[in-house]
Write a protein that binds this ligand. Structure first.
Ligand code: BG6
Length: 482
């Protein structure tokens, strides 16, 4: 079993039913995450896992399909062949057509065959949202929507506010909100959770965390990949819907939210909702859209879809009045890196200036929270250069790398989120009103950019949004080269 176990808590066993169990999401994310949890001993042999797929598939074929996605655990010695076989033994393959209902009996037999009827049953819809209605009605008519049942869904939950409300209304006909787990995988990332620890388990930052001390906030989620084999989905969606409506707005919420009274699902989500509702309608001139140069050629036709977007947001409340939040995300950028940069205000007066050693233009203090890769925190300070040669100042950094600090592997976001569904903890999942509030911000943006030709940018650059900050006398802090 795993040599570098992550610290985990024992949970009472659950049943996972992955509908769409041989699809891309299941193979790339869900099963590998369950495998790691198995290796860490959190998913035990008492768990039961079903991969329900429309096409009939044998267990050997399934194992062959899945293996490449679990290879990193197998290759680096974390897992033995016996571990792999032990994990496969937990998985039952079912044939199920969510649309026609064929195979529902098999699913019911699988679920009712368990020894303990009270254990959580987690239905993960790893299928297109257009099938959510059929799938949930099927579960209902098969009598499987019991109080122990939980439903996991994932974006795209609609392409605008209206379609999102329609999909969520379909889910709400069958499942109670307390049973629905809407995944935004950014919330499962270790450093994203650490942001809450940083803010609310320490006092030193909270006293500075407001418009008296912070000049502005930047959030960058940069990717080097293009849209590759997801071109059809992506061209209909674009960066605003694919990344901003969910991941980036969630990051804004975690930076900007007030401390909840308790760390529980509804208190945290209430505070995030307040931030979303405080975001001022975004002006057209505060949005920059870009498209990487090769995009249209690879797609085969001209398109206005943005593969890059940057925006300036204002959070209208006492804490954040006057502090812009600049966010940007894009494909085919210079490097894969996600960072939140908190830039503090310049010191009001420079006592060193007359000594010739200080420089009023020296960089302000910054807290840089690196979400990925090489997760960690950096605090940029001004220090004195060592030596007797007067008061020479230079920018220095306090560096806390989580990689170096913790010797266990940082688990993938899906591992945490899947275990939270078993635990029944909705803190890191989006509540329906949050999703709608995010669409209320994004719907007008989509209307504004629909007919706008995005600016073309060269792959390997950081996109075309320098003026968004330049016009305010600021500049982007590009993520470090690693
Ligand atoms: C997904 C988007 O939600 O997040 C993808 O659909 C994007 O387009 C991905 O590539 C980025 O996730 P991560 O975890 O690699 O930062």
């Amino acid at each position: 079993m795993s040599e570098a176990k992550t610290h985990s808590v024992n949970l009472s066993p659950s049943d996972y039913i992955i509908i769409g169990g041989t699809g891309d999401l299941a193979l790339r994310k869900i099963f590998p995450a369950l495998f790691w949890r198995y290796l860490d001993g959190q998913v035990t042999s008492e768990y039961r896992i079903a991969a329900a797929s429309r096409r009939e598939i044998g267990s050997d074929e399934f194992a062959t399909k899945l293996r490449p996605f679990c290879e990193d655990a197998l290759a680096d010695g974390h897992a033995s062949e016996a571990d792999w076989q032990g994990f496969l033994a937990l998985i039952t393959i079912l044939t199920l057509d969510a649309k026609s209902g064929d195979g529902a009996d098999q699913l019911t037999d699988f679920i009712t065959a368990r020894a303990n009827a009270d254990r959580p049953t987690i239905f993960y819809l790893a299928i297109a949202p257009s099938l959510f209605g059929d799938a949930t009605r099927l579960l209902k008519s098969a009598g499987l929507v019991t109080p122990q049942a939980r439903l996991v869904v994932e974006k795209p939950l609609g392409h605008d506010g209206a379609s999102s409300r329609a999909i969520n209304a379909e889910l709400a006909e069958i499942f109670d909100e307390t049973q629905i787990y809407r995944i935004d995988h950014y919330l499962g990332k270790e450093t994203v959770q650490n942001l809450m620890a940083l803010r609310f388990a320490n006092v030193i930052f909270e006293t500075q965390w407001n418009n008296s001390h912070i000049d502005h906030v930047q959030i960058t989620v940069a990717e080097t990949v293009g849209v590759d084999n997801r071109a059809d989905y992506y061209d209909a969606y674009g960066a605003v819907r694919d990344m901003v409506q969910n991941h980036l707005l969630q990051l804004v919420c975690l930076v900007a939210m007030e401390p909840p009274s308790f760390f529980n699902a509804d208190q945290v989500r209430d505070e995030k909702l307040r931030v979303l509702r405080a975001i001022r309608p975004i002006e057209a001139e505060d949005i920059v859209c870009g498209q990487y140069q090769e995009y249209a050629t690879a797609l085969g036709h001209q398109s206005n879809t943005e593969t890059f977007v940057a925006m300036k947001l204002a959070v209208d409340n006492w804490r954040w009045a006057g502090v812009p939040f600049y966010i940007r995300t894009g494909k085919k950028l210079a490097r894969r890196a996600s960072e939140i940069v908190i830039t503090f205000k310049q010191r009001p007066h420079d006592i060193f200036q007359r000594n010739g050693g200080g420089d009023i233009d020296s960089p302000p203090n910054r807290l840089i929270i690196r979400l990925q890769p090489r997760e960690g925190l950096r605090l940029q300070l001004i220090s004195k250069e060592p030596g007797p040669g007067g008061m020479r100042l230079f920018p220095s950094e306090l560096n806390l790398s989580f990689d170096d600090t913790f010797d266990s592997r940082l688990p993938d976001a899906y591992e945490r989120l899947l275990m939270d569904t078993a635990r029944g903890n909705q803190t890191l999942f989006m509540r329906r009103d949050e999703v709608f509030a995010a669409w209320d911000i994004i719907d007008p943006v989509i209307k504004m950019i629909r007919d706008r030709a995005p600016e073309l940018y060269r792959s390997g650059t950081m996109g075309p949004a320098d003026n968004l900050l330049g016009d305010d006398g600021r500049e982007w802090v590009d993520p470090h080269e690693d």
